[in-house]
Structures are given as structure tokens and as C-alpha cells.
Design a protein around this ligand. Structure first.
Ligand code: HEC
Length: 326
């Protein structure tokens, strides 16, 4: 009983801490600006800005953006400072206390994970023992598969390497050793193994996924795309993720003059696939896009936490054209 109450108390406390920032003070409603005045000022500025340079030009552009915004009644989203720490701490506390109480005080539930984990560990030990005792390829494979499934990668590597000693042409072992090499940061060796394995057994989806990752890491985009496409063709499960990878690689590969491609490769990571915003502010329907000169300056010089993005004149033109369609 005490334990449950304590748990509920910490849960409430954690939720309160996590949600507190959402209940901050609201901004007061802004004075409605007079529309005709704003329009007039904008017209004047549009004429003036052509003749201005340097700091004056920058200020004029900034003012134009401000006016466009005021005219649309658009208010920028205050760029969200990303401060995950309090949230993480609060959730961590809830989790810690909750798990602690649940683990040591509440009655055991059927099928609970602690027991399952113990059973799995036991099963893995049994498989390892049997494989080491008999030394038979099939037992070693069973051990390797289970270790790989449970992500006990050292054991998986041990098992599969042992298989290769007995049966150097075992495709599953070659493939898995390749993957394990890649995961341990040895992409060159991994590539050798995976290319052999995929040549011998093109139906094994996971091999294509990792081979694609290796090529991509080396900057061989075309080969990476081909490997990922094979992954999809043989029915790999992580469809959405891999489709995303292919789209990203294609956007980077063409890299040229298509505005959307430039956007996807250079801006979308921060401003969202469709300009809906992310780390960076929302660009879709953002009045700043009506002042392409201002956007050009921001892109080429950076602003605040946004880094400068180096683009050729051609890319920049295509990008600005695309942004207008957002
Ligand atoms: C690394 C993340 C990042 C990338 C990449 C990035 N931006 Fe930004 N962008 C930001 C952030 C953050 C801001 C807000 C900067 C500030 O005002 O402090 C911003 C601001 C802007 C603004 C001003 C928006 C406003 O309402 O004031 C524009 C326009 C913009 N970015 C366009 C682009 C374009 C176009 C690209 C691609 C060429 C791009 N950004 C790439 C993070 C990024």
C-alpha cells in the first residue's frame, strides 16, 4: 500500500515537472497594426533597398520581413530552445522509482520481463554450452542466432567465427560476421564478407541493408541505393526506414539544380520535409519567403543557431524558386 502511494506520488511529481513548461505565462495580445501604414512603408522600403548596401541593407531587409509578417497577422513561432534535461530527469526519476517499486514490492505478474530475461539468458547459456560441447555446425548456428537475436554480439561473433572454421562456406555465418564487423567499426572488412554473402544468397534482406550502409558511408551513393533497393525487393521489414534512406541518398546524389532536391538535402533536416518546421522554424507559409533577398542572406551567412549553408548560385536560385511553392 505504502509502495503504491509512493509510486503514485512520484508519478504525479514527475508528470508535473515534465509538463510545467507548457503552462508558462501567455504573451499579451499584440496591438493590431494599421494596415495601410504598413503597406505604404513596405512600398517605400522596396524602392529604397535597391540602393542600400551592407548593414543598412540588412536592416531594411529585416524590416521588410517584419512588415510582411505584420500584414499577414503572422507571428513567428518562438524558436523552441531545446532543453531536454529537466524532462529527461523528471521522466528518469519516475522510471527509476516506478521500476524500483514494481520490481521489489508489487506482486509478480505472469510473463513479467525480469523472469523472461532470466529465461532467455539461461537458454543462451544452454545453447552455448551445447555448441561448445558438440562443436557441431548446427549447434553453433543455433547459439549464434540466439545470441544475435538477443543482441549479445560478442557471443554471436564467437559462435559464427567458430562456424566459419568448420564450414568456411556457410553463407549465414559469412553474412553475420560481416554485419558484426560493420557494427564493431570495421567497414572495409565487413564489405568483403557481405559482398561474398550477398552474392551467394541474394535473398537475405539484412545483408543488403548493411551493405547499403557501408557503401553510403564510403560515399558510393549509387551502389548504396542499389543495395537498399534490393533490400526492399526481397521483402526486408524496415521498409519505411529504408525508403527514407533511399530518398535521402537520391537527394544528395543529384545534388544539382532541382530546388526540392536541394531543399531535401540541405534544409529539410532542420526545417522539416515539407517546411513544417523542426529544430528550425516553420518555413511553409512563412512571409519571410516573400523577401527572397533576406532568405538568400540567411542561407549564405547563417543566422543565430542556423549555420551558413554553402550553395552554388544555381542551387540557390532553384532553392528559392522551390521555397515559393511551399
Ligand atoms: C542545422 C539546422 C538548419 C539547417 C540545415 C538550415 N536551417 Fe534555417 N534555420 C535554423 C534555425 C535554428 C533557425 C532560427 C535561427 C534564428 O533566428 O536564431 C533557422 C532560420 C531560418 C530562416 C528564418 C526563418 C524565420 O522565420 O526567421 C530561414 C528563411 C531559413 N532558416 C532557411 C533555411 C534554408 C533555405 C535552409 C537550407 C538551405 C536552411 N534554413 C538550413 C536551422 C537550420
Amino acid at each position: 500500500m505504502t509502495a503504491t502511494l509512493l509510486f503514485l506520488f512520484f508519478l504525479a511529481l514527475g508528470l508535473f515537472l515534465a509538463l510545467k513548461p507548457l503552462f508558462g505565462p501567455k504573451e499579451p495580445f499584440p496591438e493590431p497594426p494599421r494596415r495601410e501604414d504598413l503597406l505604404k512603408e513596405l512600398e517605400v522600403l522596396k524602392e529604397e533597398v535597391k540602393a542600400l548596401e551592407g548593414e543598412e541593407r540588412r536592416l531594411a531587409l529585416a524590416r521588410m520581413v517584419e512588415l510582411e509578417r505584420a500584414l499577414e497577422g503572422w507571428r513567428p513561432l518562438a524558436p523552441k530552445p531545446f532543453r531536454p534535461l529537466p524532462l529527461v530527469l523528471a521522466l528518469g526519476l519516475v522510471l527509476l522509482v516506478g521500476v524500483g517499486l514494481w520490481r521489489y514490492t508489487l506482486p509478480r505478474l505472469p510473463g513479467e520481463t525480469v523472469t523472461t530475461q532470466r529465461l532467455e539468458a539461461q537458454r543462451l547459456r544452454d545453447l552455448a554450452e551445447k555448441a561448445k560441447r558438440t562443436g557441431a555446425v548446427e549447434d553453433l548456428l543455433a547459439w549464434g542466432q540466439e545470441a544475435y537475436r538477443l543482441r549479445v554480439y560478442e557471443q554471436a561473433a564467437e559462435a559464427y567465427l567458430e562456424v566459419l572454421k568448420k564450414d568456411p562456406r556457410n553463407v549465414e555465418a559469412i553474412r553475420r560476421v560481416g554485419i558484426l564487423l560493420f557494427m564493431s567499426g570495421q567497414p572495409e572488412e565487413a564489405q568483403v564478407f557481405l559482398e561474398i554473402a550477398q552474392h551467394a544468397d541474394p535473398q537475405a534482406a539484412e545483408g543488403w541493408l548493411f551493405l547499403g550502409n557501408i557503401y553510403f558511408q564510403k560515399g558510393e551513393r549509387e551502389k548504396a541505393i542499389a543495395a537498399w533497393e534490393k533490400y526492399l525487393a526481397v521483402g526486408g521489414e524496415a521498409r519505411e526506414r529504408v525508403q527514407g534512406l533511399i530518398a535521402m541518398a537520391k537527394a544528395q546524389a543529384t545534388g544539382g539544380t532541382d530546388g526540392r532536391t536541394v531543399y531535401l538535402a540541405r534544409c529539410a533536416a532542420c526545417h522539416g520535409q515539407e517546411g513544417e518546421g523542426g529544430v528550425g522554424p516553420r518555413l511553409k507559409e512563412n512571409p519571410i519567403l516573400k523577401v527572397p533577398e533576406a532568405v538568400r542572406e540567411i542561407v549564405l551567412k547563417g543566422r543565430g543557431t542556423m549555420p551558413a549553408v554553402t550553395l552554388s548560385e544555381e542551387e540557390l536560385k532553384a532553392l528559392l524558386g522551390y521555397l515559393k511553392t511551399l
